[in-house]
Design a protein. Structure first.
Length: 279
């Protein structure tokens, strides 16, 4: 059992300009998030960030939309949860995208039009092995069982650019949902008109940091960070985020806020997995 202090999240005010997302902000979600922040007047859940070695900035592991909303609101500082990217309890997984629509033919024709991408028929075990070896950009699993590897040449940055093109194609023209499995028997009962399930490789932390530090972005909803002792419902007032106080003054305020929460027994740590239904 970890020491109680080891289970407490590290919360800190940092300059918004020092927060570097590793994935694209979802423009469909960012606008409503800005409005919600203004209406509710609080930051419910802090973005999760990791320090960039040799760099004063932080890479945003989760919360790109909240960071983008803070930028749009002109907030100078934001409360974040700082984590150690080398913590063995922190895991980086990959989301699966479920593509839904009325025209599978249109979907595949559109994908084949992307210059630099090729579709190659495959079978399940080989496709998963190619993803594990990073020999494929992604794979497509169809409802009838057909599987295609998405092939692309080039370095990490070239392949990331092509991956963005691929995801942008179906985000703008089809419905898509995030899932944690690629098993059709679990997916098909829950979604209508499934065209394909898109399976992505798992990215390493070093790749994520390198991309972010150099200004490249993965598509939104590709990486899935499993954060130990994640901070939720901190409900920091927007007026504190926007206040014309120094970073030192805001962090002093945050330390006192934490002490009050601790003294008032308002902090609860859940050891078990939690499913939230009001996000």
């Amino acid at each position: 059992m970890p020491h109680p202090r080891e289970r407490m999240p590290v919360l800190r005010f940092v300059p918004v300009e020092d927060l570097i997302p590793h994935e694209q902000a979802d423009q469909v979600r960012t606008g409503p998030l800005v409005q919600r922040l203004q209406t509710e007047g609080i930051l419910k859940n802090p973005p999760v960030v990791a320090p960039i070695p040799g760099d004063p900035r932080y890479v945003v592991l989760d919360g790109a939309n909240r960071v983008e909303a803070a930028r749009r609101l002109g907030l100078p500082h934001l409360v974040v949860q700082v984590v150690d990217y080398e913590d063995p309890r922190l895991r980086v997984e990959a989301w699966t995208h479920v593509i839904s629509g009325e025209s599978p033919e249109h979907f595949f024709a559109t994908v084949r039009e992307i210059e630099g991408i090729a579709l190659e028929p495959s079978e399940y075990l080989h496709a998963r092995a190619e993803l594990a070896r990073r020999q494929a950009l992604a794979c497509l699993i169809c409802p009838r069982g057909d599987i295609y590897l998405v092939r692309a040449e080039g370095d990490l940055y070239r392949r990331t650019a092509l991956l963005n093109l691929l995801v942008d194609i179906y985000k703008s023209r089809f419905r898509f949902y995030r899932a944690t499995t690629d098993q059709l028997e679990q997916i098909l009962p829950d979604y209508e008109q499934v065209i394909a399930v898109v399976v992505f490789p798992r990215y390493e932390p070093a790749e994520i940091i390198e991309l972010a530090r150099n200004g490249a972005r993965l598509p939104a909803g590709i990486t899935r960070h499993i954060i130990p002792y994640r901070a939720l419902r901190i409900n920091i007032p927007l007026e504190i985020l926007a206040a014309p106080l120094s970073l030192e003054e805001k962090n002093a305020w945050l330390m006192e806020w934490f002490r009050r929460k601790l003294a008032g027994r308002e902090i609860r740590i859940y050891e078990e997995s939690v499913v939230i239904f009001d996000e």
